[in-house]
Design a protein around this ligand. Structure first.
Ligand code: FEO
Length: 174
């Protein structure tokens, strides 16, 4: 059985992952409206990944005979002034999620919940990749500056992003 404190924190994490999914979907919609299909594709895949992350927590809570409780989602920001601003907001959210995962791990250690520590290890590693992926796009955007041609090429490149096989499979995990 999960302790109440751990269960509450895991449910809060479901909310953060779903909120990330919702935010990235709003970012995808913004990019569609700006005629940047590659950036939109990147955000769609990110949004799907976040739902997969939420479902990993959902499944874990149920496997430990806990109770999943869903909370309201904050409304996402829909309008932006630049592509760079969008990706910088995405990085900020990822950094917030990383902090929450670290706090969850600290709690699992304090509560001597070894199963939850083991479960969270995947997320500790995943967050390194999540932040690096967004940061890589930010670095590219800073390099191309105001170049319309540069943005065109980057958009093409981001259009090639595909969902990771592991991420797609994770939702059905038992
Ligand atoms: Fe699920 Fe991007 O953190």
């Amino acid at each position: 059985m999960l302790s109440q404190k751990i269960q509450d924190a895991l449910n809060a994490q479901i909310n953060a992952e779903l909120l990330a999914s919702y935010k990235y979907l709003a970012m995808a919609a913004y990019f569609e409206s700006e005629n940047l299909p590659g950036c939109a594709n990147w955000m769609h895949i990110q949004s799907q990944e976040e739902r997969t992350h939420a479902m990993k927590f959902y499944t874990y809570i149920n496997n430990r005979r806990g109770r999943v409780l869903l909370h309201p989602l904050d409304g996402p920001k829909n309008e932006w002034s630049s592509v760079l601003e969008v990706f910088e907001a995405a990085l900020k959210h990822e950094q917030m999620v990383t902090g929450m995962i670290n706090n969850l791990m600290d709690l699992a250690i304090t509560e001597r919940d070894h199963a939850t520590q083991s479960f969270l290890k995947w997320f500790v590693d995943e967050q390194v990749e999540e932040e690096a992926n967004v940061d890589a796009v930010i670095q590219d955007l800073k390099r191309i500056g105001d170049s319309a041609q540069g943005l065109f090429i980057l958009d093409r490149e981001l259009g090639g992003r595909q969902a990771e096989a592991d991420e797609g499979a994770a939702e059905g995990e038992e």
